[in-house]
Ligand binder design. Structure first.
Ligand code: ISJ
Length: 302
C-alpha cells in the first residue's frame, strides 16, 4: 500500500462510534479505508499486518508489542460499571465452579478479566468454552457477552447479570482499559502524515461528543438500531481519554494477567507522539502504574 492509502480498523460496536463520527459523517479522510470488525477479528488483522491502525483488545498488546505502538491519547475504558461487558448467568456467580461458562469469541481483554475474577477473586474453576458473539445460552450455565451483543435483547430471561467493569472495580479497586489504539511500526515509517490525519480526526470526533453530543447519539442509534439501551448514559460511562489513571490501570491489569499466567509479562508500553517518535513508558505495579519519565526511542530508519 502506498503512502497515500491506509486501512484502519473500527470496532463495530456502539462504544467505538464516537471516534469515527467525524470521518464517517462529516469529513471523510482521503485514502483512508475503514474496516469494521469484532475486537478479536481486528486483533488478528493487526497481527497479520492487514490493517495499519486500529483499536485492539488491551490484552492483544503484549504479544504484538514489537510490531505495534499505541496512541497515548485514546482508549475504551470504564471506571466501574460499563454496561456492555456482562456475565449473563442462570445461577449466582458463586455457584459456577465446575460449570460450563461460555466466552464470546469476540473478546480477549474481558476473557482475561473474567478468568481472574472467577479463579482468583471467587476461588472458582469453571469449564470454559468459546461461544458465538451472541450466544444462545442453551448449553452453558453462564456466558461472557461483550459490546453491542450485550446491549440488545438477550432473547431469553436471564436470572443474573454481572457487569464485569463493576465487578473488577469492586474486587481490585481499578478501572478497566478494554481497548487501546495500535499503529503498525511499519506504517509509522511509510504513512506518518496520514496517521496524524487520523489522530486529528479522532480528536475532532471526541470533541463533537462535548459540542454536538445529540447529533453523535442520533447517528449512532441509526447505525445500530437494535440497541436496547440509553446511548447518552452509556457514552457517559465510557472513558475515551487515555489519562494517567487509566494507563496505571492498564499496568495493573497486565501485571495481574501475567501473574495469573494468562499473558506474558509486560515491562513497558510503547506510545507514539505527534512527532512520530516512540516513547517508552515503563510500567510499575503500584498505584501509579506508569513511570512518568518516558524514554524516547527513535524509530529505526527515520
Ligand atoms: C467496553 C467494551 O470493551 C470491548 C471489549 C474487548 C475485549 O474484551 O477484548 C475489546 C474491545 C472493546 O470493545 C465493550 O465490549 O463494549
Amino acid at each position: 500500500m502506498t503512502g497515500r492509502q491506509m486501512t484502519i480498523g473500527c470496532i463495530d460496536y456502539l462504544n467505538c462510534y464516537p471516534f469515527y463520527h467525524h470521518m464517517l459523517a462529516q469529513k471523510p479522510l482521503k485514502g483512508v479505508h475503514v474496516k469494521p470488525g469484532l475486537p478479536e477479528d481486528l486483533n488478528r488483522l493487526v497481527k497479520q499486518g492487514v490493517i495499519d491502525l486500529s483499536p485492539i483488545s488491551a490484552a492483544a498488546y503484549p504479544p504484538l508489542r514489537k510490531q505495534i505502538v499505541l496512541l497515548p491519547w485514546f482508549c475504551l475504558s470504564s471506571v466501574g460499571y460499563v454496561g456492555s461487558v456482562i456475565l449473563a448467568s442462570k445461577v449466582p456467580i458463586e455457584q459456577l465452579h465446575g460449570k460450563r461458562v461460555g466466552i464470546s469469541r469476540a473478546s480477549k481483554t474481558s476473557e482475561i478479566l473474567l478468568k481472574i475474577l472467577l479463579e482468583k477473586h471467587y476461588g472458582l474453576l469453571p469449564q470454559y468454552c468459546r461461544t458465538p458473539p451472541r450466544p444462545a445460552l442453551d448449553d452453558t450455565e453462564a456466558a461472557l457477552i461483550i459490546g453491542n451483543d450485550a446491549m440488545v435483547n438477550l432473547g431469553r430471561p436471564v436470572s443474573y447479570i454481572y457487569d464485569i467493569g463493576d465487578l473488577w472495580l469492586q474486587k481490585t479497586g481499578r478501572p478497566v482499559v478494554f481497548a487501546v489504539f495500535a499503529v503498525q511500526k511499519k506504517a509509522v515509517e511509510k504513512q506518518g502524515r496520514m496517521i496524524l490525519e487520523v489522530i486529528d480526526s479522532f480528536s475532532k470526533s471526541l470533541g463533537l461528543m462535548a459540542d454536538e453530543k445529540q447529533t453523535v447519539i442520533k447517528a449512532a442509534s441509526e447505525k445500530y438500531p437494535d440497541i436496547d439501551y440509553d446511548i447518552s448514559a452509556y457514552y457517559d460511562l465510557l472513558q475515551f481519554d487515555f489519562n494517567p489513571e487509566l494507563k496505571a490501570a492498564l499496568g495493573y491489569y497486565f501485571h495481574a494477567a501475567a501473574d495469573h499466567g494468562l499473558i506474558e509479562p509486560v515491562g513497558a508500553l510503547g506510545f507514539l507522539d505527534r512527532n512520530l517518535e516512540i516513547n517508552e513508558y515503563r510500567l510499575g505495579h503500584d498505584k501509579e502504574g506508569t513511570d512518568d519519565k518516558p524514554r524516547t526511542v527513535r524509530i529505526p530508519g527515520r
